[in-house]
Design a protein around this ligand. Structure first.
Ligand SMILES: O=CC(=O)O
Length: 350
């Protein structure tokens, strides 16, 4: 066990239990238990305390810090939280998740530290989740659920939303995927199996051999011709509010919108307006702009029966989190062996 190169962990593996037990034998790992931690300030203090305890006892400082899934409520993982680590020689960070918009990777690069995400762990679960929300939106799943539980069966003229409408079959519909990364590609395969035609837009066209049957179109063409639009790109400064008033105005009337990426890629005010006007028929959202706060318009009884909401859980399956924990372990091992971790998203000068 490398006593001179200790690792700090926030929480512990919950799925790759035996594999992580082996890691605990290979390296000196101190664990910050999640019990009692509720927010960013609590984690920031726990990290600083762990570093201070090592320094005070004259022991070697942490070279790596890892956090598992289910810790996003502690974000941002930034300089404020982590500088006590980098100031004492920490050069590796890894957290559970494909997206890392809540991790200050530029700052980590400037500190000479790697950041490794778990890039493919949630591909299958999120692609399945996106398909689930496409079906939930095109069939009035949530309305049927609400009516049935309220004892209203298929509804009647006495309730504002009236009779439950007919669902729409996705066979023959055009699905516009914004962001044909690993999740978008996996969704393309699934949606084609249901008879959908797939078009996509990315910052730039990808190799035809990797398009999985999807056709590259301009953003304007995607907006104008899609029956269903699925958001699958990362949140960056250039994708924030990528879908706003102007973009909704270019869409087909009655379009279905699904977002399993990040809430802030859609301007929620504009989405609520588009739902109200009927431009957007129904939506399936796994993510919202200000999680966990929900825009009141989406909860308004005059709209909520056309809105399927999930609490950012479509990626969250036992298989996905198992894979993700294995990816964190792989990255730690590579770093500890002195290699560049395969899943590093940045390129620090080491
Ligand atoms: O949203 C989940 C993730 O980015 O892993």
């Amino acid at each position: 066990m490398a006593e001179d190169r200790p690792i700090l962990a926030l929480g512990s593996a919950a799925f790759a239990i035996s594999e992580y037990a082996a890691v605990l034998k290979r390296y000196q790992i101190d664990t910050i238990p999640l019990t009692g931690l509720t927010n960013n300030a609590g984690v920031t203090k726990a990290v600083a305390d762990a570093v201070a305890t090592r320094t005070a006892s004259g022991k070697a400082s942490y070279v790596a810090f890892i956090w598992f899934f289910g810790t996003s409520q502690f974000s941002p993982f930034d300089e404020n939280m982590l500088s006590s680590l980098t100031q004492n020689g920490c050069r590796f960070f890894s957290g559970g998740g494909a997206g890392y918009d809540d991790v200050s990777t530029e700052w980590m690069t400037s500190e000479g530290a790697y950041y490794c995400n778990t890039p493919t762990a949630i591909t299958v679960s999120t692609a399945n989740g996106a398909l689930m929300l496409i079906l939930a939106a095109t069939r009035p799943l949530i309305q049927g659920d609400m009516y049935t539980k309220a004892g209203k069966w298929r509804g009647d003229a006495s309730i504002p939303a009236g009779l439950i409408p007919y669902g729409e079959d996705i066979e023959g519909m055009t699905l516009g995927i914004i962001g044909l990364g690993s999740i978008g590609k996996a969704l393309a395969v699934r949606a084609q199996a249901c008879g959908m035609k797939i078009i996509y837009n990315n910052r730039r066209r990808i190799l035809e051999s990797e398009e999985n049957g999807a056709t590259y179109v301009s953003m304007d063409d995607l907006l104008a011709t899609s029956d269903v639009i699925s958001v699958n790109c990362p949140l960056t400064e250039s994708t924030r509010h990528l879908l706003g008033r102007t973009e909704f105005s270019k869409m087909k009337t009655g379009v279905f919108i699904v977002n399993t990426a990040r809430g802030a890629i859609i301007d929620e005010e504009a989405l609520v307006e588009a739902l109200r006007s009927g431009k957007v028929s129904r939506v399936g959202l796994d993510v919202v702009e200000h999680e966990p706060k929900i825009h009141p318009g989406l909860l308004d009884p005059s709209l909520s029966y056309r809105v399927t909401l999930q609490p950012h859980t479509t990626g969250r399956t036992t298989q996905a989190f198992y894979k993700g924990e294995l990816q964190i372990i792989k990255s730690v091992d590579e770093f500890m062996r002195g290699e560049r971790p395969e899943y590093a998203v940045n390129d620090p000068k080491i």
